[in-house]
Write a protein that binds this ligand. Structure first.
Ligand code: PLP
Length: 422
């Protein structure tokens, strides 16, 4: 079998020519470096702006200008049901029914709201299991939740860490820990892709183990949604939350996404905090006493739809709708594999790729660990028109998001890197 990749420029040009998604790149704005588009490997932090975003804002501004309050009912996209434009496409990305999804607030707020509903410690079952070194906001959320119930975080939070000398987790270790702590677990809450290492966890098997142990299975999919296909409904995930500004390209502070499995969402008895926007629409405007939640994920909405925090998501999802998450994933596996190959041809870089080598255990991100000089190399890349990020301790994260990164971009990164190292 011929090797899958080689270092020639021709290889990159041919791979782009054969890429059915290549033209989607034209639908994004790129920051410039010396009059040229930068190579943008930071879509895991803030995705690029789609070119249709501005017009989408203008449509809603025009509705507001011309119709004012009537925009809720008579606009081109009536604001009263604005999320209906988002949930079908988000359902395809996450393997959920549209009614199992809502868009509101932002990730950390939604994580708290989901824990308020689904973290119900009682008796000896009160612990939360998560990965060690989780994204800080998730750590803070879990810490403050357990404290609300009077527990000590050191006792109530079980953190799963990599084995001695390793950076990523073993599925077997997680499953063994769930089995070991089963009777004390109220909630199992992992990040689907670990933000620092880029490791994609086996969401289906961890969910199954958590549920078998009698615990709730919740997921933070900040780095998963729009990156890797998942099957939240079929995998029986209880709840999931994500943000819209990473792989979903919806801009800073865009409203976040929430999945609540229909087995919970369909019941008005599932505990939650209420607000008028989560109330049944038939009675919402009667302004009467007595909260009757909608029997879908929208039953967790609190406040009036944040249209201007959602309009960029609507525009961005139109690009996803031009293809499929399966096709995006297929390109992504190849593109990330190509980046990995070229890094392996650059021994002078003196780094370890800590992201798993198995494509099934990663998305569109490689994390390079530098025992020394990581920050210096990151600065040099930035000065050469390559946008990546640096995370302490010692890691440069490269995310070739397949919607707007080409094989030629990855090759240009490689040649730039060779010059930098020389
Ligand atoms: C990006 C990210 C967040 C960010 O949360 P916000 O509330 O949107 O600021 C939280 N958790 C994880 C795992 C993330 O990757």
């Amino acid at each position: 079998m011929p090797p899958a990749y080689n270092t020639s420029h021709t290889f990159a040009l041919e791979a782009d020519a054969a890429d059915a998604l290549a033209s989607l790149k034209q639908q994004f704005h790129f920051p410039k470096y010396q009059q040229q588009d930068v190579i943008y490997f930071c879509g895991n932090s803030l995705g690029l702006q789609p070119k249709n975003t501005a017009a989408a804002f203008e449509t809603e501004l025009s509705t507001w200008r011309g119709l004012a309050v009537e925009g809720y009912f008579k606009g081109q996209h009536p604001w009263l049901h604005f999320t209906d434009h988002l949930t079908p496409a988000l359902g395809k990305l996450t393997g959920a029914q549209p009614h199992e999804i809502t868009v509101m607030n932002a990730l950390t707020v939604n994580l708290h709201l989901m824990m308020q509903s689904f973290y119900k410690p009682s008796g000896s079952r009160y612990k939360i299991m998560m990965e060690a070194g989780a994204f800080p906001s998730d750590q803070y959320a879990v810490e403050t939740q357990v404290k609300q119930y009077g527990y000590h975080p050191a006792d109530a939070i079980i953190e799963i860490a990599p084995r001695e000398g390793e950076k990523t987790l073993h599925e077997a270790d997680i499953l063994a820990a769930i089995a070991q702590h089963g009777a004390s677990l109220a909630l199992v809450l992992f990040g689907g892709i670990q933000y620092y290492t880029g490791q994609l966890l086996p969401i289906q098997s961890i969910t199954a183990a958590a549920r078998k142990a009698g615990a709730v299975a919740g997921w933070d999919l900040a780095h998963v949604t729009g990156n890797v296909p998942v099957q939240l409904h079929n995998w029986d995930v209880d709840f999931a939350v994500w943000c819209s500004y990473k792989y979903l390209n919806s801009g800073p502070g865009a409203a976040g996404g929430v999945f609540v499995h229909e087995k919970h969402a369909a019941s008005i008895d599932t505990p939650r905090l209420g607000g008028w926007w989560g109330n049944d629409e038939a009675t919402r405007f009667k302004m009467e006493k007595g909260f009757i939640p909608k029997t879908n994920a929208g039953g967790w909405n609190l406040s009036t739809t944040q249209v201007f925090n959602m309009v960029a998501l609507k525009a961005s999802l139109e690009i996803f709708e031009q293809t499929s998450i399966e096709a995006i994933r297929e390109k992504s596996i190849r593109l990330t594999g190509y980046l990995e190959y070229l890094l392996q041809q650059s021994p002078a870089l003196r780094c370890n790729i800590i992201t798993p080598a198995d494509p099934a255990q990663r998305g569109a991100q490689l994390s390079l660990f530098f025992p020394e000089n990581g920050r210096l190399i990151h600065n040099q890349l930035t000065d050469s028109g390559i946008v990546a990020d640096y995370r302490e301790p010692g890691v440069i994260r490269l995310a070739p998001a397949p919607l707007y990164c080409s094989f030629s971009d990855v090759h240009r990164f490689y040649t730039t890197l060779q010059k930098t190292l020389a």
